[in-house]
Design a protein around this ligand. Structure first.
Ligand code: UDP
Length: 336
């Protein structure tokens, strides 16, 4: 993989440039700050010298993800639903809109909240950015491509989404969020960024969030059968969380206003993935096959040409290494 400048060098340089320009520390608002990605992003921003205001209503996020920040003077947490008016005193330089259920099991449990946070929540977060003159980044998703008919998926592909199927609440809320973000960019001249996030994994994923990574690791560590949906021939491409956050940060600092895929193009079938989890955990669990959920995408792999060219970014953590770190975290939390 291509060699990149170290994240610290690049990030700290950018942060100190921005401190010099502003005459103070940059201030970031992270919606969904108690979630899996939001909490890792918050840690990263604090390490780059930002002050961070985290907002979360904790429907799928957890205080456990941010409790290590208790007493950190540059972090403030507000427990609020971002679909309600966001009132914040003082300057804000960056708004990172990460709030949303993101696991299929979660967004099927909360279809209305999912639609509301993608529509009303994005509206409020954009309104905050506009009012503060801040730059805005939307956490969008590979789900905007639906069950894709082109492979791998590049940003120019418009997608193949069933609006009335069980995944429609998430897919369409994110598609609407992208459209609203572009409208604010075009009508109000707001500086906006859109990242399309592909399957990401790492420490802090909720044990029972229902996605394939937490399910398989938990099942393997507890000696229960691994539940492969369908025949397991559908594919996914998994990106380690630190790579993802680095890509997101570079995108925010870039001057590019159209969507950019960030993910790891290493693709494997769900069945291969189950076998990899068994190998890395040393588990003796069986694999069992369960019905494939409706509209489950057959294949998914990001084309990351744009991220490579514009952001000089590509993933660095190999799957085995990332999974070992994730399994370690799950072992601690499960007491295994
Ligand atoms: N999956 C599976 N077993 C599980 C959970 C998920 O086989 O216990 C499959 C699911 O059908 C999908 C893939 O793993 O094909 C990834 O599912 P996930 O819920 O992680 O997210 P998605 O990529 O579908 O949004």
């Amino acid at each position: 993989m291509k060699k990149q400048p170290s994240s610290d060098k690049r990030g700290k340089g950018a942060a100190s440039r921005s401190r010099r320009r502003l005459g103070r520390e940059p201030v970031s608002v992270v919606t969904g700050a108690a979630g899996f990605l939001g909490s890792h992003l918050t840690d990263y921003l604090l390490a780059q010298g930002h002050r961070v205001i985290g907002i979360d209503n904790l429907i799928t996020g957890s205080v456990a993800n941010i409790e290590h920040l208790a007493g950190e003077p540059r972090f403030r947490f507000i427990c609020q639903d971002v679909t309600e008016y966001l009132f914040l005193a003082g300057p804000v330089d960056y708004v990172w809109h990460f709030a949303s259920p993101a696991s299929p099991a979660d967004y099927m449990n909360y279809p209305i909240q999912t639609l509301k946070v993608g529509s009303l929540g994005t509206h409020k977060a954009l309104g905050l950015a506009r009012h503060k003159g801040a730059r805005f980044l939307l956490a969008s998703t590979s789900e905007v491509y639906g069950d894709p008919e082109v492979h791998p998926q590049s940003e120019d592909y418009w997608g193949h989404v069933n609006p009335v199927g069980p995944r429609g609440c998430y897919d369409e809320s994110k598609r609407f969020a992208e459209a609203l973000t572009m409208a604010y960019q075009r009508e109000h001249g707001l500086e906006t960024r859109i990242v399309r996030i592909f399957n990401t994994y790492g420490p802090r994923m909720r044990l029972n969030d229902g996605r394939v990574v937490p399910n398989f690791i938990t099942q393997a560590l507890q000696g229960r059968p691994l539940t492969v949906f369908g025949d397991g021939s559908q594919t996914r491409s998994f990106c380690y969380v630190s790579d993802l956050i680095e890509g997101v940060y570079r995108l925010m600092l870039s001057d590019y206003g159209l969507p950019v895929n960030v993910g790891n193009p290493t693709e494997l079938t769900v069945l291969e993935f189950a076998r990899e989890i068994l190998r890395l955990t040393g588990s003796k669990s069986r694999i069992v096959f369960k019905p494939l959920p409706q509209d489950d995408p057959r294949q998914r792999r990001p084309d990351i040409t744009r991220a490579r060219q514009l952001l000089d970014w590509s993933p660095r953590v190999p799957l085995e290494e990332g999974l070992r770190r994730t399994i370690e975290d799950f072992r601690k939390r499960l007491g295994k």
